[in-house]
Design a protein around this ligand. Structure first.
Ligand SMILES: NC(=O)c1ccc[n+]([C@@H]2O[C@H](COP(=O)([O-])OP(=O)(O)OC[C@H]3O[C@@H](n4cnc5c(N)ncnc54)[C@H](OP(=O)(O)O)[C@@H]3O)[C@@H](O)[C@H]2O)c1
Length: 271
């Protein structure tokens, strides 16, 4: 049995679908009800209430864990009591490059490393799907706003993260590894907006935001520390943050998918 947390989300939902399609027995954990493939067991629980996860963990071999809740040690203790031997953590690139800003994923990484379980850490950079933030303004006015319009970063397709996670959960040979997950090439926000326009077959205007405008917008849905870390990465990425990682190809045997490919597959959200 494999337990997948964040099953109602972007990455977790795709991990569940891939594992179920591969014939694995899956328990999907989230607070909201998730739409799940047939045969997947649903447990509604909060990672901030590890005692409520007991049912989910009974008889489990492997755990896909995302960074949520304040007590990773309690989550892992519960998982081990239920029989878990392997944990795959969806962390964040920032835990490695800017641990002072990304303390939450860094704390989960520490707990996973100390757990005595067979662990693998996935550290994605920014997701292609962060472009969903532009969906409303593209639909309504064929425009999209972002700061640092000409700074390139190799964003990653969440479908590739899910595929890597499913492989690492099922295969041996990944224990003790930290995989940096990026797309195939850096793209700038301006180029990503143009790619959405190309996918729609109609131009989309790029509007450059100031750092302060972007900060105010991000503070509506992210803690201040994460906002500062994210703005630092978007505006002045380090060499490590700009680097295209070979790890998706190492695990999957194929190159990661580009932003343009993601835009074509997700064009309906922008129409
Ligand atoms: N977007 C990026 O650029 C980026 C970059 C690096 C790392 N990441 C990491 O990747 C993770 C997954 O991204 P995503 O796009 O799949 O996110 P998402 O679509 O927002 O999904 C987040 C999932 O986490 C679950 N969740 C949140 N708090 C929870 C809690 N207390 N207890 C149980 N479940 C909880 C949510 O389920 P319910 O609300 O139903 O409980 C949902 O299923 C993020 O959480 C972030 O840490 C993101």
């Amino acid at each position: 049995m494999i337990v997948v947390t964040g099953a109602s989300g972007n990455v977790g939902g795709q991990v569940v679908a891939l594992l179920a399609a591969a014939g694995e027995r899956v328990t999907a954990v989230s607070r909201r009800t998730a739409e799940l493939p047939e045969g997947v067991r649903q447990v509604r629980a909060d990672l901030d209430d590890p005692a409520g996860l007991k049912d989910a963990f009974d008889g489990t071999d492997a755990l896909f864990l995302l960074v949520a809740g304040q007590n990773p040690q309690a989550i892992l203790d519960g998982a081990m009591a239920g029989g878990v031997r392997r944990v795959v953590l969806l962390s964040s690139q920032g835990a490695g490059t800017r641990p002072d800003f990304y303390r939450h994923p860094a704390a989960f990484e520490d707990a996973v490393r100390r757990s005595g379980l067979e662990w693998t850490i996935l550290r994605p950079g920014g997701f292609h799907s962060n472009a969903y933030a532009w969906a409303e303004s593209v639909r309504g006015g064929r425009s999209a706003a972002a700061p640092f319009g000409d700074v390139g970063l190799p964003t990653i397709d969440p479908a590739d993260i899910a595929e890597v996670a499913a492989a690492v959960l099922r295969e041996d040979g990944h224990a003790g590894r930290v995989y940096e997950l990026t797309g195939p090439a850096p793209t700038t926000p301006r180029e990503r907006v143009a790619a959405i326009g190309a996918a729609l077959g109609t131009p989309v205007r790029f509007a450059e935001q100031t750092r302060e405008e972007a900060r105010a917008q991000m503070l509506q849905f992210m803690p201040e520390q994460v906002v500062e870390g994210t703005l630092a990465i978007l505006g002045k990425p380090t060499d490590a943050e700009r680097r295209v990682s070979p790890d998706v190809e190492r695990v999957l045997g194929r190159a990661p998918r580009s932003f343009a490919d993601w835009a074509v597959r997700n064009a309906a959200a922008f129409r």
